[in-house]
Ligand binder design. Structure first.
Ligand SMILES: *[C@@H]1O[C@H](CO)[C@@H](O)[C@H](O)[C@H]1NC(C)=O
Ligand SMILES: *[C@@H]1O[C@H](CO)[C@@H](O)[C@H](O)[C@H]1NC(C)=O
Ligand SMILES: *[C@@H]1O[C@H](CO)[C@@H](O)[C@H](O)[C@H]1NC(C)=O
Ligand SMILES: *[C@@H]1O[C@H](CO)[C@@H](O)[C@H](O)[C@H]1NC(C)=O
Ligand SMILES: *[C@@H]1O[C@H](CO)[C@@H](O)[C@H](O)[C@H]1NC(C)=O
Ligand SMILES: *[C@@H]1O[C@H](CO)[C@@H](O)[C@H](O)[C@H]1NC(C)=O
Ligand SMILES: *[C@@H]1O[C@H](CO)[C@@H](O)[C@H](O)[C@H]1NC(C)=O
Length: 506
């Protein structure tokens, strides 16, 4: 096979629909989609080639034995042993996506081999005598093309990587013997060139075929949930098959927050999210698009986990938590409970609603605030105020987390019930403002500030990330870098522990 044929075969095979991949599952719900652009694919390819190639060497080839007929000498038995490829250099490589998979082709590859040679033959000088000699040889293989076409599909929520085609073609082999006699040189070159080339082709093809299952088991071992905190994890189960286009690969993951240790929550009434990642800067390696359903699933989860209720007994202005501080605001409270400490029991009455638009991210928070008086060890609820707080937010990237912060736009309040008569709301308003600004928002921001992890394989970090807000979604467009320390285990997870430990850890 010629190198050009190899290229064609690999690339053409990308466009022949294979039966496994056309067997599409029904489209399921996904709320985060990830797009790896051509630049991102190149980055991953270079990473794989650099590491995969260096892990190939030293590569031992099987011994080659042959009887060669050498003019004027006769039949000579030649053995090449300890054939070792000790260096492989890749001159150029490309990665190309097609409908059915991804092809990686390394061309103009050279490799250096070392080997031992040994020959023997019988000659007649009155009696038969055996003549033999041995030595060392170095071989250079040039113009080698190596190609691999990989299929990628969704198998029960994980990515399954398989080999569609794999080939290696050697153009030129040049052999240098140290020592030996001149006829031997020609004999070895004539008799072994082809066989050495063939052995190299076989060995490399074999090695690649062994490497892909390792990469596959790495992908399959990617966890289906990323831990966010003690309560929540992000469901990163792959949904649908990867969508392969000419210059990118798209993935969809479920993307909803789920409560740790709880079974799946059915989100059957969710509107379907259209997988669409559009980065204004198409040279970014990666785009991650999050539907606002993701944020609202977080909101619902923390609400249901009763995370959104708390007792405020410390405020920056502590006089606000004593009835004396309310003497002029609610005189009847002070009259009934003079100089008693108070606390505020804040409960969200429904999950905060988050809305994205090209210019803003808005959140509406519905809360009930119960004023408790603490008297002689008793907690006496005296009034309840309903608040509707409108806040606007901004998001930022903190390492691989999408973090955010909120600021107060406005709030409205109404008296829900009272055991101390009517309250003059306009007098209470500044107090509520202080509580929202100094207690509720800082509390929310301390959580939002940490953010939650984006679905990125551990070891990779976002670089020069850009955030694009649009209707009902946020898109993060970014380059990635790879921490060198993680490379070895990424490609060759030696044990199960290693693979699962490595991934998605904060
Ligand atoms: C086989 O080749 C390797 C690499 O060139 C070398 O280190 C080793 O000593 C050789 N072994 C023998 C028995 O010649
Ligand atoms: C091959 O690669 C090695 C290490 O990556 C480098 O030291 C060497 O110079 C390269 N050789 C050629 C001929 O490019
Ligand atoms: C590999 O072989 C080429 C050609 O013989 C030579 O120039 C190069 O130095 C060799 N590389 C090593 C590391 O021996
Ligand atoms: C993708 O590439 C194939 C083969 O090169 C071509 O036939 C097809 O039109 C391309 N599709 C797009 C969307 O560019
Ligand atoms: C995670 O998402 C997958 C795919 O949508 C779904 O089948 C699974 O039930 C979800 N798991 C949880 C714990 O919600
Ligand atoms: C697009 O992104 C690349 C890589 O992050 C960067 O080098 C380039 O300056 C960006 N271009 C624009 C117009 O922002
Ligand atoms: C806070 O108020 C809720 C009702 O809104 C009540 O169920 C809960 O027991 C109160 N918590 C405390 C500690 O008083």
């Amino acid at each position: 096979m010629s190198p050009i044929m190899l290229h064609l075969l690999l690339i053409i095979s990308l466009f022949i629909p294979s039966h496994t991949l056309t067997n599409h599952q029904p489209t399921s719900e996904s709320f985060i989609s990830i797009l790896i652009s051509q630049n991102g694919l190149n980055f991953v390819k270079d990473l794989l080639i650099t590491k995969e190639i260096s892990s190939l060497t030293p590569l031992q080839l099987p011994k080659i034995e042959k009887s060669a007929r050498i003019p004027f000498v006769g039949n000579v038995d030649i053995v090449l042993s300890n054939i070792t490829i000790y260096q492989i250099n890749v001159t150029s490589s490309i990665v190309k996506t097609g409908e059915t998979g991804v092809a990686i082709i390394a061309s103009g590859t050279t490799c250096n081999l070392s080997m031992n040679w040994h020959y023997s033959y019988r000659t007649w000088l009155l009696v038969p005598i055996e003549i033999s000699d041995s030595g060392h040889a170095s071989v250079e293989v040039e113009g080698m093309d190596v190609g691999l076409t990989l299929g990628l599909e969704n198998q029960r929520g994980s990515l399954k990587l398989s080999i569609l085609e794999c080939g290696c073609y050697v153009k030129d082999v040049s052999i240098m013997l140290d020592g030996g006699v001149s006829w031997l040189y020609q004999g070895v070159v004539d008799a072994f060139e082809g066989q050495i080339g063939f052995a190299v082709e076989n060995a490399i093809t074999q090695k690649l075929k062994e490497g892909v299952p390792k990469l596959d088991s790495f992908l399959q071992s990617l966890p289906k949930g990323i831990s966010v905190d003690d309560i929540a994890s992000l469901n990163v189960t792959f949904v649908n098959d990867p969508s392969l286009s000419n210059f990118s690969i798209g993935f969809e993951v479920n993307g909803l927050f789920t409560e740790k240790g709880k079974d799946a929550v059915l989100n059957s009434n969710q509107q379907s999210f259209q997988a669409l990642v559009s980065c204004t800067n198409s040279s970014k390696m990666l785009g991650i698009s999050l539907d606002d359903t993701v944020f609202n699933s977080a909101s619902a989860l923390y609400f249901n986990a009763e995370f959104m209720r708390w007792i405020v007994d410390k405020v920056p202005d502590q006089s606000l938590l004593n009835t004396a501080g309310w003497r002029f605001i609610v005189p009847q409270l002070y009259k009934k409970y003079p100089n008693d400490d108070m606390n505020l029991n804040i409960t969200l009455s429904s999950p905060p609603v988050i809305r994205m638009s090209p210019h803003t991210i808005d959140a509406t928070v519905y809360a009930d605030l119960i004023i408790d008086v603490l008297e002689a060890g008793d907690v006496i609820p005296v009034a309840c105020i309903s608040l509707v707080i409108s806040a606007s937010g901004s998001v930022n990237i903190l390492r691989n987390n999408l973090a955010g912060s909120m600021k107060l736009d406005e709030f409205t309040m109404s008296l829900k019930w009272s055991k101390i008569g009517n309250l003059r709301m306009y007098l209470i308003q500044p107090v509520m403002w202080t509580v929202i600004e100094t207690v509720i928002l800082p509390y929310a921001n301390s959580h939002l500030g940490k953010g939650f992890p984006l679905p990125i394989i551990h070891g990779f970090t976002l670089q020069n990330a850009e955030i694009i807000c649009s209707n009902a979604r946020i898109t993060v467009c970014s380059d990635v870098a790879f921490a060198e320390d993680f490379i070895q285990p990424l490609i060759y997870p030696t044990t199960k522990r290693c693979a699962s430990d490595l991934l998605y850890r904060l």
